[in-house]
Design a protein around this ligand. Structure first.
Ligand SMILES: [Zn+2]
Length: 303
């Protein structure tokens, strides 16, 4: 994989499979810049991928995180220990300084699979954490990253624009090997209306390219976002009758898997890539997240 526009796409081989989680590496006059650290469980893969491109992970001086979910930020503390600055939205920042709550709530969901999936997460000292808020311009070694606060998937989600390329984290969805785009909808922050506003915010900067953490380059952003908005509405309205009828997540899950997998298969996804989609975007998380969205919306909690 060569650098495209000076951006190296690193495949973290999550669970020893390709195309699930990416990091992006950029050279600057002030050391290497990483967008997304991936989880701690893939740190050795990340090290190897950086070395494969001819660099040393210890030269990473800046890590820009789109949000603090483990698959995006779990290994950031390793870079901070080595002196790197970690950029994150102010709402997410305290959780990296004191990750116990984040860890414990994930542990309740993932239980004994926690280590295999995500590895360890240790606290990042405050001096290494840099708040990145909407409209900020992060200047690093001759490069300028514009911060786009883009909630909807997570309330502390940022995207970063660099020279017409936008690193979209999860707000531009998951799309693997030219399959359909799907929205990752884990609890607790899913907000469909807010998500669409964030999509509009990215459209407004008229990007040439999107870099998806799951997975890779999108060269027709508007078409991509049209498709994403459609399926975001589709999934939200698919689950609404189940929510209204008070059906449990456990009962909904097999039906949601059948529904979403048929969409993927109809979109030309191979059996093998179905698994990659599931690794990047676990179905049970989306069922929980969408149910929670309807609960909060029905209770009038979104104002
Ligand atoms: Zn993700």
């Amino acid at each position: 994989m060569d650098a495209n526009n000076g951006i190296y796409i690193l495949d973290l081989n999550f669970l020893n499979e390709p195309f699930a989680i990416a990091s992006f590496l950029i050279e600057s006059e002030d050391g290497l810049i990483l967008i997304e650290s991936g989880p701690e469980s893939t740190f050795s893969h990340l090290q190897q991928a950086i070395e494969y491109q001819g660099f040393d992970w210890r030269d990473v001086k800046h890590v820009l995180l789109t949000h603090i979910h483990f698959d995006h930020a779990g290994a950031a503390w390793k870079f901070a220990l080595n002196g790197a600055k970690i950029y994150v939205h102010p709402i997410g920042l305290p959780h990296l300084n004191q990750p116990e709550r984040l860890w414990n709530s994930a542990k309740m969901i993932y239980k004994e699979n926690m280590d295999t999936l995500w590895g360890r997460m240790e606290a990042i000292e405050a001096e290494y954490l840099i708040p990145a808020d909407d409209g900020d311009v992060i200047k690093i070694g001759g490069l300028e990253f514009k911060v786009l606060y883009t909630p909807g998937h997570a309330v502390h989600h940022n995207a970063y624009e660099l020279n017409g390329a936008v690193f979209t984290g999860d707000v531009a969805g998951v799309k693997i090997n030219n399959g359909p785009v799907v929205p990752p909808c884990p609890p607790p922050d899913i907000h469909i209306e807010g998500w669409k506003k964030s999509i509009q915010k990215i459209r407004d900067v008229q990007p040439r390219l999107l870099y998806l953490t799951h997975f890779g380059i999108i060269d027709e952003p508007d078409k991509h976002f049209d498709e994403l908005e459609k399926i975001l509405d589709d999934w939200a309205s698919w689950i609404k009758p189940f929510f209204d009828a008070g059906i449990s997540a456990e009962e909904i899950l097999p039906q949601f898997i059948a529904y979403s997998q048929s969409q993927l298969l109809d979109g030309g996804v191979s059996k093998k890539d179905l698994q990659h989609y599931e690794y990047a975007n676990p179905s049970f998380m989306s069922v929980y997240g969408l149910l929670r969205y309807w609960k909060l919306k029905t209770e009038g909690r979104f104002g």
